[in-house]
Write a protein that binds this ligand. Sequence first.
Ligand SMILES: [Zn+2]
Length: 131
Amino acid sequence: MKKAVTVRFPAPLPAEIPCPICEGNKCNVCNKSGKIQVTVDAKVPIQRHLIIQYIGEHMNDVAFELSKHYGLVPDVETIEMFEIEEKTYELVKISSIGGVVWITNRVDELESPRYFKTYAEVLKMKKGITE
Ligand SMILES: [Zn+2]
């Protein structure tokens, strides 16, 4: 199974939260304290469909913010559709002042997108070579 793409969920740390297992009623997980010490940022899987939906519904705002803060609006383009072992992928090219990034999205099933910094890596992936 592929590793999920995650984002850091910022929280003031360290933090003490009510034990999510026993909800403060004291169990073995929380050493009968009813509380859990959180010392690392929570990482949550990217809710890709929500991001896509948000961008779709706020395209003008997103483009404006990108222009305002970064001076550019990246050019996003679907280059092609291709298949590997009966799995269908979309190859997306994102171009900006900083360079080009390639993303493959599996379209026939839900799968984390893969990111490539060079087209050579994309070609390897298309030939079914996994690093
Ligand atoms: Zn507990």
